[in-house]
Design a protein around this ligand. Sequence first.
Ligand SMILES: [Zn+2]
Ligand SMILES: [Zn+2]
Length: 277
Amino acid sequence: MILGAHLSAANGLHRAAKTAHEIGADTFQFFSRNPRGSSKRSHTEKEIAAFRAAREAYHIGPVLAHAPYTLNPAAIRQETAEFSCAVLCEDVARMDALGIELFNLHPGTRADGDLEAGFSQVAAMLDRACSGDERIVVLLETMSGRGNELGGQFFHLQEILSRAQHHEKIGVCMDLCHVYAAGYDLVNRLDLVLTEFDAVIGLERLRAVHLNDSMFPLGSRKDRHMPLGKGHIGLEAILRILSHAALRHLPFYLETPLDDAGHAAELRTIKEALGAH
Ligand SMILES: [Zn+2]
Ligand SMILES: [Zn+2]
């Protein structure tokens, strides 16, 4: 099993890799730049070498870079769309150069509800960001489907993927809180949800899972993460997900609202529970 957590990279990626090891994680996720702004950190040669060395020493990976929340690839407003495209292109290239394996983004919101136009716009942006020669795999995240958000239904992601030129190199990241809030019953109908994912997108496209509980109930369309076992999904269902034959080879990244010590405790809980199964 590959268990990770979202960590701060503010003190450098080499520090994050070390922290991952210290909290008992196999890997980690971090923001490719300031999540609520646009400022980015440039990495010195020395830092990159230290990151590579730390990854090797602690066997860390696959590492996932998450795009900032300020992007809206489906935006109608031209400046927002252009900003999103510029950041996407730049960060896919930056993260690929660092040897990061996965890059995750939210497909965004289409204010006028014209989701079709949104699908095409996001696909066109992926075409700009991905030449097809990158080693990094770009992932579209499943979303809770609030308002006119793209990604609240599996077919949304398939529509984007099918319109992208290098669709074979683009994957999906399933966020447990989002999927549950969007109305997919991970608690009582896990097999059915995965069968539907497979039929609509293809399970081979699923490359990562965001490990979260949900503050709000099934179908609430509200995106509020909770620590594992403290929300409506519950620990038993999360353990079934972690050990499911269709999922257990994937990397899982905790995005629960806890600090590093809290994540360490969650990882211990998961490992003990699964070891005891
Ligand atoms: Zn996300
Ligand atoms: Zn997520």
